[in-house]
Ligand binder design. Structure first.
Ligand SMILES: Nc1ncnc2c1ncn2[C@@H]1O[C@H](COP(=O)(O)OP(=O)(O)OP(=O)(O)O)[C@@H](O)[C@H]1O
Ligand SMILES: [Mg+2]
Length: 237
């Protein structure tokens, strides 16, 4: 198997709660089919809940589940900042007197990228979520330079959100490797919305994930849920 190819993707979304973690986990499983050492990363998370009796973050549990590299066994390797309150990270950090050091977020990524064959970075919220020190999630995407995959949470308003995000991604000089239509809920004219987006976004649709049943949609996601998502999407060429 190839090693240290530095294959990777930055997964952004039209908003928070649109399925970035579901798609990131699925992409990691797809990458596992081609590479042995894969890992997920997220520069900062906000929100802790009791999972198997331990305080953990759902996104990180999912990313760790879909990673093969042993560094993922220690959650602090895949995310340098685990904040307790589920809210905008820069506000939670400020309220708790925590300085979010941007270089620490970049370093955490760089250390992993050197060790693995492939990495999937899950963005925080939408594309331009602020961090600290006048940096935001878009700066982070730019600085790591990975091709971007956009998760569009299919709901009313998503066309505008998707197109604004595409503009911002391309405006940063980044490559949009593809997008995923994620059916987060019932939507009128779903197929027509997807067709419109296909015409308007100049990057391939990597797949449409249907609305998952309650059991599969539960977070943190199970391997079965991620495998289900895998069956609907593909990696970019
Ligand atoms: N295809 C789907 N079918 C049903 N529910 C879904 C689907 N995709 C996501 N969800 C639900 O939407 C919520 C958000 O999903 P997820 O955590 O993957 O989004 P996210 O973009 O990573 O959120 P965050 O911004 O908090 O990181 C979850 O509760 C999940 O169960
Ligand atoms: Mg997430």
């Amino acid at each position: 198997m190839p090693s240290n190819q530095n294959v990777g993707f930055f997964v952004t979304g039209t908003d928070t709660e649109v399925g970035k973690t579901l798609v990131s986990g699925a992409l990691l499983l797809l990458l596992q089919k081609k590479y042995s050492q894969v890992i997920g990363y997220k520069p900062v998370v906000a929100g802790i809940s009791l999972i198997d009796g331990e305080p953990q973050n759902e996104d990180l549990v999912t990313l760790a589940l879909a990673s093969t590299h042993e560094a993922a066994k220690d959650i602090s390797n895949i995310c340098p900042y685990i904040l307790e309150t589920p809210s905008a990270p820069h506000l939670v950090a400020k309220k708790n007197g925590i300085a979010l050091n941007y270089d620490k977020m970049l370093d955490g990524y760089q250390v992993l990228a050197k060790q693995v064959d492939a990495v999937v970075v899950e963005g925080v919220g939408g594309f331009k979520v602020p961090f600290h020190q006048n940096k935001d999630s878009a700066d982070f995407a730019k600085d790591i330079g990975l091709p971007v995959i956009l998760v569009v949470g299919m709901r009313l308003g998503c066309i505008n959100h998707a197109l604004l995000t595409v503009e911002a991604v391309l405006g940063r000089g980044l490559t949009l490797a593809g997008w995923v239509a994620n059916t987060i809920g019932p939507m009128n004219l779903l197929d027509e919305n997807i067709q419109s987006l296909q015409q308007l976004i100049k990057a391939p649709l990597l797949g449409t994930i249907p609305h998952l049943n309650q059991e599969l949609a539960k977070t943190p996601y199970t391997k079965l849920a991620l495998e289900t998502a895998v069956s609907y999407i593909r990696l970019p060429d």
